[in-house]
Ligand binder design. Structure first.
Ligand SMILES: [Zn+2]
Length: 120
């Protein structure tokens, strides 16, 4: 099965980070929520998996200042709170997208679509 890859990145009005995917799906996630899902070692404890920096730790006006693609599997987002070590793999972005679609406060719920990639 082909894995979906981003074909375009958008900044939507109202503070949403948007991704158009090669399979035709579109993701739109609020900046602050997305920043709070950063998977890097500063934000998530490498040993315990416990989140150290979540949505409530980041500024209300957080937004991406630079988005860089990394290989063919991830994007790196630099934020205006000077944090730029988070690599969001395509797979992780799709998972976040599915999680957000189920309700942004329902952070730990299983993504409805798993790795099938069918719905975002
Ligand atoms: Zn981080």
């Amino acid at each position: 099965m082909n894995r979906a890859a981003p074909v375009a990145i958008h900044r939507f009005k109202g503070g949403f980070f948007g991704v158009d995917w090669s399979d035709g799906n579109r993701t739109a996630l609020p900046y602050r929520w997305l920043r709070g899902q950063c998977p890097c070692a500063q934000c998530v404890d490498e040993w315990t998996g416990e989140r150290r920096v979540g949505e409530s730790e980041v500024p209300f006006n957080v937004e991406p200042v630079r988005v860089k693609s990394v290989g063919r599997y991830a994007i790196q987002i630099a934020w205006n709170d000077k944090h730029d070590s988070g690599l969001f793999s395509f797979e992780y972005l799709r998972e976040l997208s599915a999680r957000f679609a189920k309700g942004p406060r329902n952070g730990e719920a299983e993504p409805a679509c798993g790795s099938k990639g069918g719905c975002v």
